[in-house]
Design a binder for this molecule. Structure first.
Ligand code: GLY
Length: 377
């Protein structure tokens, strides 16, 4: 591994008892993946689950990087997109790993965005009652959120991520170079999750994003590294406090109750990417917080101003096509998996960087926020 590359690599530890692992981030990590991964292998062989888009762009670089350390690899490239995250492609993946004679002490690699990380991680969780896996996230969303913290799973016809397991990776390699090949829309969707971290728990980070968001979007390496590092530091802190979401981990769902209803009514399609729904959901969560007298009027305006300045979807008006009425959206929220004892749980905020979990939100207030947002379309 050459020294220039090494010096740009940062480590964020996730110090879970018995299952501690590192998130390594910086440029060139695909090329040096062999040296990074070798300490985790019992034999010099690994299996890569990816999608066809990522395979076309980056699989050669990763396989050469493994090969440099004498590690052979086989790969399975699934179709790209959310429709892969169901039983058929999951079964195909597990059966491929079995045909490849992957053993319990082997390590598989999830190489892609959130869909691949979740699906391959879940395959690792159940294969031979659990094999080790390494996350190599290739989207901004996966680098700052889904590759960290051990949530794995697939979708059911009844809803997203309803079938799954907690299974922590052994290592996360977040190569900043791969972000350069992301379409702008996908990058900005991932940025929705980045903004979420500032809004939920770090007002200074939100200030920083307001000042530096344009550099992050235009590809400035230092700005991107700071963005990913601060995001995963926050995620690691929260996961350490509450690995299985009995309490604080729910803070990571800021904006997600609105987002899941909007994704549902837009058919989990190109009309609304998950991260775009998170951004709109964060704006609505601040609107709701303000309506409930929890935060100042200025806060929701600031959130929306930053999203708009970044060229992101911010309002319901930014979602193309028809949307159902507020009552229908509210009813869909009532089926969310965050409902406990029939009560909708929302993440609300007392200000920027001060989110908390609320389980007693009056549905009239939610309805009125939705009605106002729909009327502005
Ligand atoms: N993406 C939310 C979580 O990992 O808890």
């Amino acid at each position: 591994m050459n020294e220039t590359m090494m010096s740009n690599i940062d480590t964020v530890p996730v110090n879970l008892p018995d299952r501690a692992y590192n998130i390594r981030l910086g440029p060139g990590l695909l090329s040096t993946a062999g040296a990074e991964i070798a300490p985790f292998l019992r034999r010099p062989k690994t299996w890569i689950v990816t999608d066809q888009t990522v395979a076309n762009l980056h699989l050669d670089t990763l396989q050469k990087g493994l090969d440099n350390a004498g590690i052979s690899s086989a790969s399975l490239a699934l179709p790209p997109g959310e429709s892969t995250k169901y039983w058929p492609e999951f079964t195909r993946t597990v059966e491929w790993l079995l045909e490849q004679k992957v053993e319990r002490n082997d390590v598989i690699i999830a190489f892609g965005g959130g869909v691949i990380g979740d699906l391959a991680g879940f395959a690792a969780a159940v294969l031979r009652r659990g094999v080790n896996f390494i996350q190599i996230p290739t989207s901004l969303l996966a680098q700052v959120d889904s590759s960290v913290g051990g949530k794995t799973g697939i979708n059911a016809p009844q809803g997203k991520n309803l079938i799954g397991a907690f299974h922590q990776p052994k290592l996360v390699l977040a190569d900043s170079d791969v972000l350069n090949t992301l379409p702008k829309r996908d990058f900005l969707a991932g940025y929705g999750e980045v903004v979420k971290y500032g809004l939920l728990g770090d007002a200074k980070f939100f200030d920083w994003l307001e000042q530096n968001g344009a550099d992050v979007a235009s590809g400035d390496l230092a700005a991107r590294l700071h963005t990913v590092r601060r995001s995963v530091e926050m995620k690691a802190e929260i996961v350490l406090r509450d690995e299985t979401e009995q309490g604080d981990r729910a803070l990571l769902n800021l904006g997600h109750t609105f987002c899941h209803a909007l994704e549902n009514v837009t058919g989990y399609s190109e009309r609304l990417l998950h991260g775009e729904g998170v951004a709109i959901g964060c704006a609505l969560a601040f609107q709701l917080s303000q309506k409930l007298g929890l935060c100042s009027q200025e806060d929701p305006s600031r959130v929306r101003a930053h999203l708009k300045a970044m060229g992101m979807k911010t309002d319901l008006a930014d979602i193309p096509g028809d949307l159902p009425d507020a009552e229908t959206l509210l009813a869909i929220m009532g089926q969310d998996k965050k409902v406990v004892d029939g009560q909708l749980r929302f993440i609300l905020a007392k200000g920027i960087g001060q989110a908390f979990v609320a389980s007693d939100v009056p549905s009239e207030a939610v309805l009125s926020v939705l009605q106002e947002a729909l009327a502005a379309r």
